[in-house]
Design a protein around this ligand. Sequence first.
Ligand SMILES: [Zn+2]
Length: 262
Amino acid sequence: MSPHPALGLLVGFCALIGLLVGSFLNVVIYRVPRHESVVSPRSACPSCHVAIVAWDNVPVVSWLYLQGRCRSCRSPISARYPLVELATAALFAGAAARIGFDWALPAYLVLLAGLLALACTDFEHMVLPKRIVYPVLGLVGLLLLVAAAITGRWHDLLVAVISAIAWFVVFFALNAINPRYLGFGDVRLAPVLGLALGWLGVRYVLLGFFAANLVGAVVGIALIATKRMTRQQQIPYGVFLAIGAAIAIYAGPELLRPFQAY
Ligand SMILES: [Zn+2]
C-alpha cells in the first residue's frame, strides 16, 4: 500500500503541534509534582523570577537564541526544556507517520504526550500524578469513542475497554500482593495503556506489557551490575510502561508480524 500523498504534510503538521504541546508539557512536568497550577501564574525564571515574555517562549528557538540562559539574570536554563519539546515533536511526527489519516490519531497524540510527561515525573520524583493520569485517561477514552462513532469500529472500542479493565485488575492484584514492587500510580496508569493498545488489538496489549518488563529488567540488571543502583532501590516502573507502550505503537506491526494469525 503506498502512503497517502498528503502524509508528509500531516507528519509536518503534527511535528509543529508537538513543539507547542511539548512547551506545555514542560510546565506540567515542573508544576504538577509541586502541586502548582498549570495555567497561572505565567512562566518565570526559577532564579530571578522575572516573567518570561512570549517571544522568549518560542519552543526550542528561544532556548537556542538565548544560548540556554535567562534574558534577565543570565542563569542557565536546563536543556530539558528544548529536549522535551523536540521529543514531543518527534513522538507526534512518528505517530502521524505510523498511524496516518486515521480518526484514532488524536487519541494517540494525547496518549504519547501524557506518557512523556508521566515518564519525566516518574523518573524525577517517582510519582505518576493523578492530575496527569486521569485527564489522559478521560481524553483518550473520549477520542476513541469519537473515532468509533465516526468509523463504526465499535468492536475495537470493546476490545479496548476490556483490555483496560483486564490490565487494571492484574495490576490491582499485584499491588495488593506487594505494593513495594508495584505502586498504585502504576495501577492507575494500567487502564490508560489497556485502552490505547487494546484499540490496536490484544496482541499490542501483550507486546506493550512484555516490552515494558523486558526493557525494565535489562536496565535494572545493568544498573545493579554496574553498582549504580542497589537491589533494594525502586525503579520508576512508569517510565518502562511508557517505553513499552511506545514500542508497541511504533514497532508493533513489524514485531507482531510472526503472530498475525492470532
Ligand atoms: Zn532569570
